[in-house]
Design a binder for this molecule. Structure first.
Ligand SMILES: [Fe+2]
Length: 286
């Protein structure tokens, strides 16, 4: 008797039994997701020939991921990020036509109600770093400038830290909300963002270390741009020549989002970047 065939048939029967257990799920999408999850989770364990000790180790790891979460830290998002799952959901759900600025991961450091600034103002608000001027425009796919687009920006400072990572700061730094002018242009001052390591003191950090993976994200500015009649764009702008571009631990780099940041005679750095939004028939607020 071929023992492996009997085993495979038994394992298949187990998958089908578990899938059948979800058969009466009223929500069709939940039913579909759970049926596929069971299929691929079992397939993964079978292909890896997962031992019970390894399974326990995985349970301990996920337990630690949950216990590391707090009001100001989301270790599960970090785990999703380093597994490429966050970027995969961006790719699957937020694809833009050619000519539009590409989206990338949202990241964990956005905060609601960032301070508003006028064009030309310094959003650094005391952040440590080398001076930087950012000029840009917001256009529709047709090339038409989009007046009054809401441009939200947030970034790490010279130390590679976001303001929210400094609990005693008491004020927003290097983040703000601007409104594009009638011709779609905007500009502001800030500091040059620097590379930073994703939080490495938790279970996800241990996984990166065990896998000899870099925790360092290449330097970037986060943008979220909203305009009536257009899909909201969530993206980053990276710095050409950054030594971490090829090893972003969250897989968020796209070539079209890497820009030249040019040193100016006065010692400041200038970034010029134009954003192209995808028209939408629906409002895309929130
Ligand atoms: Fe970031």
């Amino acid at each position: 008797m071929d023992k492996s065939k009997v085993t495979d048939a038994g394992l298949d029967a187990l998958i089908h039994a578990v899938q059948r257990a979800f058969e009466n799920t009223p929500d069709p999408r939940l039913k579909e997701i759970m049926t596929l999850l069971v299929k691929h989770l079992h397939g993964f364990a079978r292909e890896a020939r997962l031992t019970q000790e390894e399974w326990f180790q995985g349970i301990r790891f996920l337990t630690e991921v949950g216990q590391t979460c707090s009001d100001v830290r989301q270790e599960f998002i970090l785990l999703s990020d380093v597994l490429g799952l966050s970027m995969l959901t961006v790719e699957l759900n937020d694809a833009k036509p050619a000519g539009c600025t590409a989206p990338t991961v949202f990241g964990p450091f956005h905060v609601e109600h960032a301070p508003r600034y006028d064009n030309g103002e310094d959003i650094g608000n005391g952040a440590i770093g080398k001076p930087c001027v950012i000029r840009g425009s917001v256009r529709s796919l047709s090339g038409r400038p989009i007046p009054d687009a809401i441009v939200e920006v947030w970034q790490a400072d010279d130390e590679g830290l976001y303001d929210v990572q400094k609990p005693n700061l008491g004020q927003a730094q290097a983040r703000g909300v601007l409104q594009a002018r009638a011709d779609g242009s905007f500009d502001f001052r800030s500091v040059v963002p620097e590379p930073y390591p994703i939080p490495a003191d938790g279970p996800v950090g241990k996984l990166l270390h065990a896998s000899r993976r870099s925790a360092w994200r290449p330097a970037h500015l986060h943008f979220m741009i909203k305009a009536e009649g257009h899909e909201t764009l969530i993206t980053h702008v990276f710095r050409r020549g950054d030594r971490f571009l090829q090893s972003d631990p969250v897989f968020g780099v796209r070539d079209c989002l890497v820009a030249d940041w040019e040193l100016q005679p006065d010692g400041s750095t200038l970034l010029v970047f134009d954003f192209v939004l995808n028209p939408s028939s629906e409002e895309t607020g929130s």
